[in-house]
Design a binder for this molecule. Structure first.
Ligand code: XIL
Length: 388
């Protein structure tokens, strides 16, 4: 059936509901997009994350590039609890408002990221006293705070944002509830309360659960189990976000494992979103987590091998890895609503500082000069391989 490519309109709430539930055949496109998102316009939305640096206005060229190449955006940090709601009575909407303004002007599908997470949330949310972080608040009080936060944020952007990462990273790789202040205080209930609050605030929104390593079977099963349990209790979750922070190593994770994840989540009745794609090209340095590369022993130098640029051989491997990933996404285009990169150019990637601070990674589609890389071309060329 030919796709009805309606122009994207301001009232995303109604549109996204029409677009995104299982079986939807309507797609939209951004007005200015002429780049990569055009290639996939009949498959899925293609997006990126916008950094606080860009939102602060210090990089106008970045806005231009994003508007050209993508049709959906996520705020990398600007909508997280600590940014938007730094203190009980204090809300700071500045960067989030800019995100929405740009999204509106460039006709982007906007993703709200993220309402409830154990990270980037001020400790004052959970503790009785500002000074002494030993006594946690009561379950009732935290439930009230959760509802107030979720509903205030959704309410403010209701006309512009219809897709929300409601809960982020609540499950461990082993398939258990993650220990966090949310879980310690509220138990499993926090997941349900978050989705209930979001659903009440915007009944037609597309609500998602987002996590990393979703290809790990135990995690996958547990996520499906808890989302099914919510459904039985009358709270519907529409989509699931596979972050997809992957690496060059062939087994990290394998295409087969990712494919199984996409299929299993779709079978469970969830729309699949690839939410934070990037491909780490650096050697694994987790044992040095949080340290600065300059402070590591000299024999750890091999941990930062590409500070003067990516050798052609590795650039080629990166292109092949991206191509394999996108071939998989195209194959499952009936299940995948969106593929979002976690940033646009290599210099802004969080992967330069994680797990070790100050390395030079090359995980994205554009280099530090905002020039498209081989990986970009490899994906772009997939256009030719497809039936007209
Ligand atoms: C990261 C940002 O990219 C960094 O700038 C920030 O310092 C930490 O958070 N999973 C998520 C994202 O859901 O919000 C995280 O973003 C990356 C991992």
């Amino acid at each position: 059936m030919p796709l009805n490519r309606r122009k994207f309109i301001l009232n995303h709430a109604a549109l996204a509901t029409a677009l995104l539930p299982l079986g939807a055949t309507v797609r939209a496109k951004a007005v200015y997009a002429s780049g990569l998102s055009e290639v996939f316009k009949d498959d899925f939305f293609l997006g990126t994350a916008i950094s606080n640096k860009t939102l602060s206005g210090s990089d106008p060229a970045m806005f231009k590039l994003i508007a050209q190449e993508f049709n959906t955006i996520t705020a990398e940090n600007a909508m997280k609890w600590q940014s938007i709601h730094p203190d009980h009575e204090r809300w700071d909407w500045r960067l989030a408002d800019r995100f929405v303004k740009f999204g509106h002007e460039a006709n982007m599908l906007m993703i709200g990221h993220t309402l409830i997470w154990h990270k980037q949330t001020p400790p004052t949310v959970f503790f009785k006293s500002r000074k002494k972080q030993d006594a946690l608040i009561s379950r009732d009080l935290l439930r009230k705070r959760l509802r107030l936060h979720v509903q205030t944020v959704i309410d403010r952007y209701k006309r512009q944002i219809a897709l929300w990462d409601v809960v982020n990273e609540a499950v461990t790789d082993k398939g258990r509830w993650r220990e966090s202040h949310w879980y310690d205080i509220m138990g499993e209930e926090f997941l349900e309360q978050a989705f209930r609050a979001a659903r009440e605030a915007d009944p037609s929104a597309h609500l998602m659960y987002n996590d990393f390593n979703m290809e790990k079977r135990q995690k996958q099963r547990f996520v499906i189990h808890i989302l099914n349990t919510l459904r039985k209790r009358g709270v519907t979750v529409d989509g699931v976000g596979l972050q997809c922070h992957v690496s060059l190593a062939a087994d990290a994770p394998s295409i087969d494992a990712l494919e199984a994840a996409i299929i299993n989540f779709a079978k469970a009745g969830l729309r699949v979103h690839i939410t934070e794609l990037d491909v780490d090209v650096l050697p694994n340095a987790w044992k040095y987590k949080g340290l600065h590369i300059d402070d590591l022993p000299i024999d750890s130098d091999p941990l930062d091998p590409y500070k003067n640029g990516l050798p052609a051989r590795i650039e080629q491997q990166l292109a092949e890895r991206y191509q394999a990933l996108f071939e998989l996404f195209i194959k499952h285009r009936d299940k995948i609503a969106r593929v979002s990169l976690w940033g646009t150019s290599d210099d802004e990637s969080w992967k330069n500082d994680r797990p070790v601070i100050g390395r030079t990674n090359h995980p994205l589609l554009f280099d530090t000069q905002k020039r498209s890389k081989k990986a970009y071309d490899a994906i772009y060329k997939l256009k030719d391989k497809r039936a007209p």
